[in-house]
Design a binder for this molecule. Sequence first.
Ligand SMILES: Cc1ncc(COP(=O)(O)O)c(C=O)c1O
Length: 480
Amino acid sequence: MSAEKSFHMTPEEFRRYGRAVVDWVADYYEKVESFPVLSLVPPGKIRAALPPEPPLQGEAFEMILKDLDRLIIPGITHWQSPNFFAFFPANTSGPSILGELLSAGLGVQGMLWATSPACTELESHVLDWLVDMLALPEKFKFSGTGGGVIQDSASSASLCALLSAREQATNFESNRRGCDGRLVAYASTQTHSSIDKAVNIAGIGRQNLRLIEVDGAFTMRPDRLREQIKQDRQAGLIPCFVCATVGTTSSNAIDPLPEIGNICQEEGLWLHVDGAMAGTAAICPEYRHIHSGLEFADSYCFNPHKWMFTNFDCNCFYVADRAALINTLSVLPEYLRNQATESGAVIDYRDWQIPLGRRFRSLKLWWVIRHYGVEGLRYHIRRHIELAQNFAKWVKDDDRFELAVPPPLNLVCFRHVGGEAINQKLLERLNQSGRLYLTHTKLSDKYTLRFCVGQTNTEAHHVYQAWQEIKKAAAEITPS
Ligand SMILES: Cc1ncc(COP(=O)(O)O)c(C=O)c1O
C-alpha cells in the first residue's frame, strides 16, 4: 500500500519547531523591556503589512516564525512588560504558559465528564483547593451543595449568576416563557460594565438595573440599596439580584458584604460577589478581611488570569447551590446522553456555563499552584502590594500630586493637583514615551490616573523608575 500524501507537521518537525517557539517566548521575556509598552502603530498598519491573499501552498515554519517579529510585534501592547501598570493586569508565568501548551497538545474538549474525566475532575479538585487557599466559605466546595467551575471571564461568571437569580426568582418560568420586564437587578455606580451587559443579555433590561449610590470610599451604600428595593417592591417589581464588588475597577473599592448580604438574605435576593482582581489577595491571611461577609453570597468569582500568574483566560466561579445553576443552564439533547450523566454520579460542566464546549483550563492553574506553592504565590502578591503602597507614599509626600483614595491593595489612584487637562497631558506623554503604560478613570467626576502593580516581573526598580518618569513628565508639562 502506498503512503498517503500528507501536509501535516511530522512529530519530528513538531519537536524542532516547538523548541524554537519555546525559545522565542523565552527570548521575548528576556527583551520585553526593550519594546514600547503601549503599541504606537496607527490603525490599519498591521493589516496593511499582511498579504492580501492566503498562501496557496504551505510555507516554511522558519518564515512563519520570522514574521512574528516583523509583522506582529510592532502591534503588540506588552501586557507582560514589568512596566505595564495599566487597567488591571493580565499576568502569566512559565508554568501557566506550559500548562496552556499542554492543554492545546491534548486538544481535549471537556463538555461532559465522559469526554475526558480528568478534565472535569482536575478542575473540580483545583477549584476546591482554591476555596481553602483563599479561605472562601466551605459551601462553595463540592463536599457541600456548591462547587466551582472555570469560566472564560468574570463577565461570563456574572451572567451565569444573573441567569440563575432570574430563574430562582421566577421558579424557572423565565427560561420557559421569557421575561416580563418586572425583574430588577442591583449594583453600585462603580460596578464593572459587565453587569450592564449581563442585564441586557439576560433579558432583565437596562431600565431595570439600579445603580446604587456609593459613599466617599466608593463603596455601595447599603441604606440606599434597602430604600431602592423597597421602592421597587412598592411599584410591583420583583427584585432578584445584587452584585457586590471586592475591588472595583476604578478604585479597588470593597463593598460592605456583611451589610449587603444581610439585606439580600432578608429580601430573598441572589447575592453575587465579583472579586475579579482583588480576590487573589485573600491567598495571604492578612488580606482575607476583603471577603468578610462572603458567607452571605450565593455566588462568587475571581480571575487567576488577572493577578494569579495564570494566563488569560481563567475565571474561577463558585456557587453555593449548584442545582440552581445547573437547572438554569441545562439542556440535554439525545446526542449528549451517556451512561455517566444518567448515573448522576458525575459533574458535566457544560451545564455550568453558556457554551457547550470547553477547554482544559485547569491544567495551567494546577501547574501554577504546584510550581509556586501557596507560599510562593503569597510572596509575590505581598510584594506587589508593598510596591504599590511605596508608590502611594511617594505620591502623598509630593505637593504636586494627591491620592484620590487610600489604596487598599495594589492599585493606586492619584492625580496631579493641576486639574484635568494637565493629568490628561501627563498620561499621554507617559504612554507615548513607551517606557511605561498606565490608564485613567474618573472618580467623583475628577480625572484620575490609575497605577496598578501586578505584572509578574515588576520589581522595586520598575516602580521607582515609573515614579521618576511621572515626576519628570509633570515638571516638563508644568514648568515653574
Ligand atoms: C471588577 C471587575 N469585574 C469584571 C471584570 C471583567 O473581567 P473579564 O475580562 O474577566 O470579563 C473586570 C475587568 O477588569 C473587573 O475589573
